[in-house]
Design a protein around this ligand. Structure first.
Ligand code: GLN
Length: 447
């Protein structure tokens, strides 16, 4: 109830939540109380959580930030939601996001921009900006998010909180609205690495309903939190500290590395030579997959349907013209173009080859170090409106996050300090495949 009151007080200014349902939440809280009273000692029983509006949640509007799904009440729950419910987490509501998770600033939501709690003139980051802002403003202790090209790490960094994107395939995508299926991965946002570990314990696990879910035994992601960092080898990719990185973010990251050295880590230089190509490769592959995934919104099956049309084709056209926002339309056009006959080899196939080179870069780098450190974004949060008119500028700000998704690796953002303008700056920790526990260990010791 206290969290619901806080949401009611702060949401008009922050716009972090799309849907809140006091009755449903209080009923779930009562059920959790009953579980506690019955002797259930589960770590998260009764802990409130806010879910990104991308996870289908039975009986709740699941809009994905789009007019297209503004009338969609999910008839079933995503695997992530099922697991959170089973663990006794109490759902506080549904958080705002860029439409279909396309964006880096949360300005692409049908429900309006989210404000950064540290500075209402600033973007909270995207696409999980509502989740990040909600945790930062203490409207919820933990939240769920998804990361296709940075959407957990970048808003976590901009809002001064912690977020982790697991190895691709660790968290089930069942019931998570698809953006770019080969890149999408769910994960938690929370105040600390420890809370992220507890949440990941709940969210991760094999699910036969997602064909890319990995058949691995459940693990305890908190098991290494208290290990000392003596002997840890951290790699600093020279391409992440080159032109384009703002001086104040560089200052914060350099100080963070010095702190880790004090804790016993040693530093090695590594190289990720294809970093620059991650932007063109990602912005071919992600729109290509999005153009296919979004073909399901045809006005027939579910979601928005235009009211006036003369035939089926016009119904499709009007439905999609009305239901999708301009960034989503841009991605569908780019995606359809790069997949079309005659351009497929030149763009899509080439991007897939670059994707392999990027993954190989990481494999080589992890030969010399345990984790890779760097910035999450080139600058701290920019102002609302600053980049919304220039999609290429917006895409370029994703330079340090995209490669991780193209390679399928786990990575996280942990608060590291403040930019010259007082806005938070996160440190990115990238791990080898399945090194989540190690990354959380580094983050926990650092925090
Ligand atoms: N900013 C990137 C995009 O717009 C990443 C978004 C995400 O991770 N969902 O595609």
């Amino acid at each position: 109830a206290a969290y619901l009151d806080r949401i009611e007080a702060l949401n008009p200014a922050l716009n972090a939540f799309i849907t809140v349902d006091r009755e449903k939440t209080l009923a779930a809280a009562q059920a959790a109380d009953a579980r506690r009273a019955g002797g259930d000692t589960g770590a998260l029983v009764g802990v409130p959580v806010a879910h990104k509006d991308i996870f289908c949640q039975q009986g709740w509007k699941t809009s994905c930030g789009s007019r297209m799904l503004d009338n969609f009440i999910a008839p079933y729950s995503a695997n992530v939601i099922e697991q959170c419910d089973a663990a006794g987490l109490v759902s506080l509501g549904r958080t705002n996001m860029d439409e279909f998770a396309m964006g880096s600033s949360n300005e692409n939501s049908y429900y309006g921009a989210v404000k950064n709690p540290w500075d209402l003139a600033a973007i909270p980051g995207g696409s999980s900006g509502g989740s990040a802002a909600a945790v930062a403003a203490r409207m919820t202790p933990v939240a769920t998010g998804t990361d296709t090209g940075g959407s957990i790490r970048q808003p976590a960094s901009h809002c001064g909180i912690t977020g982790i994107k697991p190895t691709y395939g660790v968290v089930s995508r069942y019931g998570m609205v698809a953006y770019a299926s080969s890149l999408d991965q769910g994960g938690p946002l929370a105040q600390t690495a420890e809370d992220c570990a507890l949440m990941l314990n709940v969210m991760a696990g094999f699910d036969a309903r997602d064909s890319t879910s990995l058949e691995r035994a459940k693990e305890d992601y908190s098991r290494e939190l208290n290990q000392p960092l003596a002997g840890l080898k951290v790699g600093l990719p020279r391409e992440y500290f080159a032109e384009g990185l703002s001086a104040d973010v560089a200052r914060v990251i350099t100080a963070a590395v010095a702190e880790l050295k004090k804790l016993g880590a040693s530093v090695v230089d590594v190289s990720l030579p294809n970093t620059e190509l991650s932007i063109p490769a990602y912005y071919v592959i992600a729109p290509a997959e999005a153009s296919a995934n979004l073909s399901r919104y045809d006005g027939v099956r579910y979601g928005h349907r235009a009211t006036e049309y003369k035939d089926l084709v016009e119904m499709y056209e009007k439905t999609r013209a009305e239901g999708f926002g301009s960034e989503v339309k841009r991605r569908i056009m780019v995606g359809s173009y790069v997949l079309s006959h005659g351009y497929y080899d030149a763009y899509y196939l080439k991007a897939q080859k670059i994707r392999r080179l990027i993954a190989n870069d990481f494999t080589a780098a992890f030969g010399d170090c345990d984790v890779i450190l760097g910035p999450v974004a080139p600058t701290a949060a920019f102002n609302i409106g600053e980049k919304s008119g220039d999609p290429v500028q917006m895409y370029l700000s994703d330079i340090y996050t995209l490669s991780v998704n193209l390679a399928g690796l786990p990575a996280m953002s942990v608060p590291a300090g403040f930019a010259d303008n007082g806005r938070p700056v996160g440190l990115q920790i990238i791990g080898n495949y399945f090194a989540e526990a190690k990354m959380l260990n580094v983050a926990h010791q650092f925090q």
